[in-house]
Design a protein around this ligand. Sequence first.
Ligand code: FES
Ligand code: FES
Length: 177
Amino acid sequence: MALEKTSVTITVNNDTYTRDIEPRQLLVHFLRDSLGLTGTHIGCDTSQCGACTVLLNGDPVKSCTVLTVQAADQEVTTVEGLGTIEELHPVQQGFWEQHGLQCGFCTPGVMITAVGLLKQNPQPTEAEIREGLEGVICRCTGYQNIVRAIQAAAEQFDATPAQTQAAATTGVTEGGE
Ligand code: FES
Ligand code: FES
C-alpha cells in the first residue's frame, strides 16, 4: 500500500520548491529524484562516505541521513548552487587550480564540506583541513591535492573583500540560480 504523501516546501539554491513526497523520503532522494539535482551523489548506504553532503541553512549535513520533511521551510545549498561556469566559487576555483580530484565522484560532497569548514574556520591549518575532511571519503586522490585546493580557496578568501565573503562562503548569491 502506498504511503500517504505530504506536501513540503524547501528552498534549494535560492529557488523555492513545493512537492508532494512520502514522509519517509530522504533529502538526497528529494534533491536527485524530485528536483533532478544529481550533483549530490550517493556513495554508500552506511552514512559514511559523505558524497551526499549538502548545506542545510549553511551547515554541512549528509543528506542521506536527513528526511526531506526535516528540511521543510529551510534552505539547502547543493553543489549546483555554489558558483557558475563564469564565476566559480572560491572552493571550486581551488579544486580547478590544484586539480583536487580524479574520478570526481566524491568531489561535490568534498567541496560542500570544504565550504562548511571555511565558513567556521576561514584560515585552517593543514591539520585542521584534514580533520575537517574526516567525514568524506575519497578513493582516488590520497587527499593531497584536495588539501591544496582548500588551502588555495582559503587564500582566495583572505584576498576577498569582507562584504563579499559571506556570499562566497555559503555559495548563495542574491538572485541565485
Ligand atoms: S551516501 Fe554515503 S554518507 Fe550519504
Ligand atoms: S576523486 Fe574519485 S573518489 Fe574522490
